[in-house]
Design a protein around this ligand. Sequence first.
Ligand code: AMP
Ligand code: ZN
Length: 120
Amino acid sequence: MSADCIFCKIIKRELDADIVYEDEYAVAFKDINPAAPVHILIVPREHIPTIMDVEKSNEKLIGHLHLVANEVARAFKLGKKGYRLVINCGADAGQIVFHLHLHLLGGRPLLQTIAKGRGV
Ligand code: AMP
Ligand code: ZN
């Protein structure tokens, strides 16, 4: 846990969020500034700043986050139409919250681009 991390605060329930899923290892909540009709963030409970910081010991956790994403996608009825998972890493990707997270985006056709931001 990192004291000044907003996602750690959400995980510890010190900050409000619309939590849609949680288990022993992960929490998923709605993005406060959604870029698509469905925009959920899937985060590990463990504070890992970026995907570059994961280690061999985190291998199962990274797989688990993807299974959680699939489960959340199914719960939001995106299974048939599809969705996009995005991980931003560092400054050039525009990462603004340095607690590893997967963006789950769906609910409308997404641009055929890997660009980040409101244009996703
Ligand atoms: P990234 O650019 O990948 O670091 O994305 C961080 C995301 O976190 C952005 O899409 C923000 O809208 C979202 N966000 C920031 N603060 C909150 C919050 N308190 N609750 C939910 N989502 C948030
Ligand atoms: Zn954190």
